[in-house]
Write a protein that binds this ligand. Structure first.
Ligand SMILES: [Zn+2]
Length: 275
């Protein structure tokens, strides 16, 4: 959830600031890299895209690099996509993906054939997994927005798998009825079917947004000029590099499964997403 990027086009130089999944949203744990990107990130252009044409730029022990890819490479607590590349009458199943600089490396099943550089491929992202992760990620933002609005509490970490997730809060004591109250408020927000907008804003403009100020102002380095904002209109705005559904109604239903005490000022909320 805490990923700030100036999203570069193919061949553009980009700067990226990433807090590791589950890590503290305090700059000390982040890492900063400069890179030249080769992969155009179709997943950021269109979060609904599942199939596309591409050309292999590189393939080897590190994985396969495409000129255009809709595979979400993981980050901000959202795990990578799975899927398949079709080429020359064969298929290469993709079981992992990661971002190195701005290149997206697709990791094939090790028994599947490797398409050589120059090969034209048809890429496809596994829809069930990705759509579940989008619902889960948006659900976590709803949770984050509700807990801040109703209890004034900030998030310190989070992680997700398809349809299940956890979020850590800087909360000293759990108020009576917290679990039920949070679950009810989250589901009320889903029923409102709030629009979820994604846009990039110049840094100065982004940091005039109250929600962004409370979560991110001091975490994004001075030289990051553009910030990607995920806006659950009327509830929550975050600097975020993940994929999301178009409105909160598409999340489904949120169950607060458990609230765990992990130490002083550290409560972990586990949620499950269902239809
Ligand atoms: Zn997020």
């Amino acid at each position: 959830m805490w990923l700030w990027c100036r999203w570069g086009d193919t061949k553009a130089t980009s700067m990226c600031w990433v807090t590791p999944p589950g890590g503290q949203p305090a700059g000390t744990h982040g890492s900063r890299v400069t890179f030249v990107s080769r992969t155009h990130r179709l997943d950021l252009d269109d979060q609904t895209l599942r199939e596309w044409d591409a050309v292999v730029l590189d393939s080897g022990p590190d994985g396969i690099v495409l000129d255009r890819s809709a595979f979400y490479p993981g980050g901000g607590g959202q795990p990578p996509d799975h899927g398949v590349l079709l080429w020359g009458g064969v298929q290469t199943r993709i079981v992992d993906a990661r971002k190195t600089g701005d290149d997206v490396y697709l990791v094939p099943l090790d028994t599947d054939p490797l398409p050589p550089p120059g090969t034209a491929v048809r890429g496809a992202v596994e829809d069930d997994r990705r759509t579940s992760l989008m619902r889960t990620h948006s659900g976590l933002h709803v949770l984050c927005g509700v807990v801040f609005r109703d209890f004034g509490v900030l998030v310190t970490g989070g992680n997700m798998e398809p349809l299940t997730a956890r979020m850590d809060f800087n909360l000293d004591a759990v108020p009576p009825g917290f679990k039920e109250s949070v679950e009810d408020a989250c589901n009320a927000e889903l029923r409102l079917d709030r629009r979820i907008d994604v846009r990039s804003l110049p840094r100065d403009e982004a940091f005039q947004l109250p929600d962004i100020i409370r979560t991110a102002t001091n975490l994004v380095p001075e030289d990051v000029k553009e910030v990607r904002i995920v806006d659950i209109v009327g509830l929550d705005q975050q600097a975020d590099g993940g994929t999301h559904v178009a409105s909160t109604g598409q999340v489904g239903r949120i169950s607060v499964v458990k609230v765990e005490n992990k130490g002083k000022g550290f409560r972990r909320v586990r949620i499950a997403i269902s239809d």
